[in-house]
Ligand binder design. Structure first.
Ligand SMILES: *Cc1c(COP(=O)(O)O)cnc(C)c1O
Length: 403
């Protein structure tokens, strides 16, 4: 048999196996309540409407919908993404282009590939989206972690960190942020901080990567928070959106709206990876936008998730050990819970899984290795009953760990 130990590339070995992937392997085939993933609730998928649309797309456009297509997306879909974004208040500049990607995870990867040289620094929220940390780390990025509170990233701390980094000769490439309905905490960056963030980025000539999967999922107000992309006056915000949370992740459709220099770089990358994002998915999403299915799904999902968020908060109050703390998620799909200091959530995970529930240990969301007593729980995917039961089990397991 071949010995593969000397054959797997150094680069691919540098990717640490993801704790989530391992959890999913552990839970496969078992009836585990998973609060670990970031899955939409299947009850919000517009299955009927999409069945109709898929049929019509194939009837109307079959020859092109089943064909290879342009690298950055088919033109009518790119146009409809641009007008969709505009209709939601996201500014598209004249020298911006839309690049359609295979989910926004691929967008994160492509942006990392296009921007990051080994040793470059990226400013991130602490905690932040773990798959962005992993992708940027893969390209050799170092991180500058900025804590957050109920109003998002503590932007007032950034300038000091930038000066410190510059004094020691470090290069800062970008600030990566999930400003609205943050993953994993559900907090929303305040308007003041958004303005400050743009000012700092301008002053120090740093790019901003705005990852916005949840801009539409704000629960307690109809106010729409102004995107960083819209506040930007210098073309330094790279905006990422996705159809995963507002339509269906199975379509694997995300998009970047950014200066042409960025999308040009990305275009060359896609020619050596996917060739083009799924043509069929693009036409399906295009019809779904045009026929109002996307807007309906957003409104429906927002209601469903708000209800589940409330159930989660009640369950946390009822079952978590005293001394636990969490942010009230103002939007998104997750809550981030801090257990009492003595609990190590990575060590506790196998016990929780044994009792039938999975979550993601908090450490994964920090570039600096903190968060050992934290965990991320998802509330969009499980049913209300499973959600309550899951939190109850986590609470019991935690209480036992403390004893
Ligand atoms: C879900 C999510 C994404 C990407 O999902 P795709 O399915 O790849 O579009 C990106 N960023 C954050 C913060 C997310 O939560």
């Amino acid at each position: 048999m071949v010995d593969y130990s000397g054959k797997i590339s150094y680069r691919s070995q540098s990717l640490r196996p993801s704790e989530i992937r391992e959890i999913l392997t552990l839970t496969e085939g078992k009836s585990i309540i998973s609060l670990a993933g970031g899955l939409p609730g299947p009850e919000v998928f517009p299955k009927q409407q999409l069945a109709g649309i898929a049929k019509r797309v194939l009837e109307d456009l079959g020859d092109s919908a089943l064909q290879y297509s342009p690298t950055l997306g088919v033109t009518p879909f790119r146009n409809s993404v641009a007008s969709f974004a505009l209709s939601k208040g996201i500014k598209v500049n004249e020298d911006d282009r839309v690049a359609v990607t295979t989910g926004s995870q691929e967008a994160i990867y492509l942006i990392g590939l296009s921007l990051i040289d080994p040793g470059d620094n990226i400013i991130v929220e602490a905690p932040t989206y773990l798959a962005a940390l992993n992708a940027f780390r893969f390209f050799g990025a170092n991180f500058i972690s900025i804590p957050l509170d109920e109003d998002g990233m503590k932007v007032e701390m950034i300038e000091k960190e930038i000066k410190k980094a510059k004094d020691s000769g470090k290069k800062i490439k970008a600030i990566y942020t999930v400003a609205t309905s943050h993953n994993p905490t559900g907090v929303i960056m305040s308007d003041d901080r958004r303005k400050q963030l743009i000012e700092i980025a301008n002053k120090y000539d740093i790019l901003i990567i705005e990852d916005d999967p949840y801009g539409f999922f704000v629960f307690d107000t109809d106010k729409r928070f102004t995107s960083l992309k819209t506040l930007d006056t210098e073309g330094r915000v790279i905006y990422m959106g996705t159809f995963s949370k507002i339509l269906a992740p199975g379509l694997r459709l995300g998009y970047i709206i950014a200066n042409k220099s960025i999308t040009d770089a990305i275009e060359s990358m896609i020619t050596i990876t996917a060739i083009n994002p799924s043509t069929l998915s693009q036409y399906i999403a295009m019809y779904a936008i045009k026929e109002g299915v996307v807007d309906e799904t957003i409104e429906n999902a927002r209601k469903v998730y708000r209800k589940k968020r409330d159930v989660l908060l009640e369950s946390l109050e009822e079952y978590m050990p005293s001394g636990s703390e969490w942010y009230k998620p103002k939007g998104g799909l997750f809550a981030f819970v801090y257990l009492p200091k003595e609990v190590d959530t990575s060590e506790m995970l196998p016990k929780a899984i044994e009792r039938g529930v999975a979550y993601v240990p908090g450490r994964n969301f920090f570039a600096d290795g903190s968060g050992s007593n934290a965990m991320r729980v998802n509330f969009s995917y499980p049913s209300v009953d499973k959600l309550k039961e899951g939190i109850k089990i986590i609470g019991e397991t935690a209480k036992e760990t403390i004893k």
